[in-house]
Design a protein around this ligand. Sequence first.
Ligand SMILES: N[C@@H](CCC(=O)N[C@@H](CS)C(=O)NCC(=O)O)C(=O)O
Length: 240
Amino acid sequence: MYDLHYWPTPNGKKVTILLEELGVPYRVVPLNIQRGDQFKPDLLRMNPNHRMPILVDNAPADGGAALSIFESGAIMMYVAEKEGRFFPQTPRLKAEVTQWVIWQMANQGPKLGECGHFRRLGEAQGDQSYAVRRFTDEANRLYGVLNNRLHKHRWLAGDEYTIADMICYPWTINWKFQGQDIEEFKHFKRWHEEMAARPAVAKGMAVGSDLSVDVTKLPPEEQARIRKLMYNQRAIPVAG
Ligand SMILES: N[C@@H](CCC(=O)N[C@@H](CS)C(=O)NCC(=O)O)C(=O)O
């Protein structure tokens, strides 16, 4: 049984898609990032980067103590390799999948994250036009990378549906808010539709929808508290 410390955001949904595709039992443990759960000592011990998702495997293959793992890409590779599906282990195919998983973690996730951040921030926080242009252009470049890859290949790693597809999908459902026009990327659009039609993808994307809160509907003081918690983080000194 896996425990998934989770909040319904794109990085969390990558993992729920995989767990749903595998059909393995798992327990969702809500980790409310707007309340600051990520800074609780128990969770910091599991993820020193104070972020979610975190996965705990209560029955690791070596029969030892429960194993906890952070970073969604590492989680996906660990689970898929352990379960023996969606992450082929022959060297060529493994390299194909790994490069797209790392591409997502190093490029698509961070840049689309900043794109959403600056587009959401609004003029009340000062002139954001440079940052909005910079990250909207980056988003456009990254959708182009996916589109070009999917021009020649049905799936990101080639002929086979893998964790590379699952990890990239959740960040793309907000293409409109990211300032993009899906019609510009017809191969990406074909893939996106195919992904959306998979029952396990729909199920994984819906996990925790009862947890999410529309921050814009909260009282202004509550919105300011969440903004400070999420947007003004600095180093946490260790004791001693
Ligand atoms: N590279 C990390 C990113 C994780 C991440 O940024 N998670 C966000 C939610 S999508 C989070 O926990 N944010 C809490 C915070 O910003 O304090 C991963 O893929 O696991």
